[in-house]
Write a protein that binds this ligand. Structure first.
Ligand code: SF4
Length: 326
């Protein structure tokens, strides 16, 4: 990273914040689930995988007593474990039952919706084309619902190469955090190749992913540079960088303001800021402060849509909260 003296700092005069940005209802629910579990049951609370894909959030929960593990098989018998927002395969529930683990499932209801579709299409005898990213936890969880029926595709080329037993019995579902535009091209290619392919009643790409991409498109048209706050393993955050670039802005993914590279700011007057669905707002505030400290005075928000989605906490937590009078 190039270091420069304060007087040499490139001058960013305008900062525009995307709205909506940051936490979605599923992430908010998952983080709150772990916080409540720690308060209600005390340490240790085990969490299978990162509860949401954000380093900062995971570190904060660790300091409060959460223990993050990769697999349920690492959790000592009889202990309590929270499953992350990305969802888990049925085999994970089965393993947990074998170890007599007490479980709280923080899977986002919009991911659960995709699991339900997978089970339904599988029961009806469809080959299910899952559009998503190989190795992503959500994809692993969804695939686990019907491993015999599901085939993963990541690109239009994958669709071209796809061979199935019965081309008239194809259903498709998608990961919730993909690029809206790219996914609709893949679905179009799939329907071209398999005209009788059927899909879910409503889109699998969730409202938060859709809204944040729409907001970053508007931002990219107004700004020279778009900074996206999010972790490198966050699918929806990576998509925001891609969408910003596709719509004319230079764009980078950063964990926090300390990762801003001076060379990105050369010749830049207006910077757009957004954050992935798992990134807390305090990281955005620190980035705004960073630019304010360098003389930016024109700081405003560009709102493309209002969001008011909320999800109820998992039943176990609600029951305990009601019992504790909290
Ligand atoms: S990004 Fe969408 S699917 Fe994922 S947790 Fe948030 S609301 Fe749920």
């Amino acid at each position: 990273m190039k270091r420069v003296a304060p007087s040499e700092h490139p001058r960013v005069t305008r900062v525009l914040l995307a709205a909506p940005r940051g936490y979605c209802a599923g992430v908010d629910r998952a983080v709150q689930t772990v916080e409540h579990a720690l308060d209600l049951y005390g340490e240790p609370i085990y969490v299978r995988k990162e509860i949401v894909h954000n380093k900062h959030v995971v570190q904060e929960l660790e300091t409060r007593g959460a223990i993050f593990v990769e697999q349920e098989t690492e959790v000592p018998e009889g202990e309590m474990v929270v499953f992350s927002a990305h969802g888990v395969a049925p085999s994970v529930h089965a393993n947990a039952a074998k170890r007599r683990l007490r479980t709280i499932d923080a899977t986002c209801p919009l991911v659960t919706k995709v699991h339900v579709e997978a089970r339904k299409f599988a029961a009806e005898g469809y080959t299910i084309v899952l559009i998503g990213h190989e190795g992503h936890e959500e994809v692993e969880g969804t695939t686990g619902e019907a491993p015999e029926n599901i085939v993963l595709v990541q690109t239009e080329e994958d669709v071209d190469e796809l061979e199935v037993e019965d081309p008239d019995r194809i259903a498709y579902i998608t990961q919730t955090t993909l690029s809206v535009d790219e996914t609709s091209s893949i679905i179009a290619r799939l329907k071209e190749k398999f005209p009788n392919a059927v899909g879910p009643k409503t889109d699998d790409i969730c409202y938060a992913t859709t809204n944040r991409q729409q907001a970053v498109k508007a931002l990219a048209k107004e700004c020279d540079l778009v900074l996206v706050i999010g972790s490198t393993n966050s699918s929806n955050s990576n998509r925001l960088v891609e969408v910003a670039r596709e719509h004319g802005a230079d764009s980078h993914l950063i964990d926090n303001h300390l990762q801003v590279d001076e060379t990105w700011l050369e010749g830049v007057e207006s910077v757009g800021i957004t954050s992935g669905a798992s990134a807390p707002e305090e990281l955005v505030e620190r980035l705004v402060e960073f630019f304010r400290g360098r003389g930016a005075t024109d700081i405003s928000e560009l709102r493309t849509v209002d969001e008011d989605v909320r999800f109820m906490l998992p039943g176990e937590i609600r029951k305990q909260l009601a019992g504790s009078g909290a």
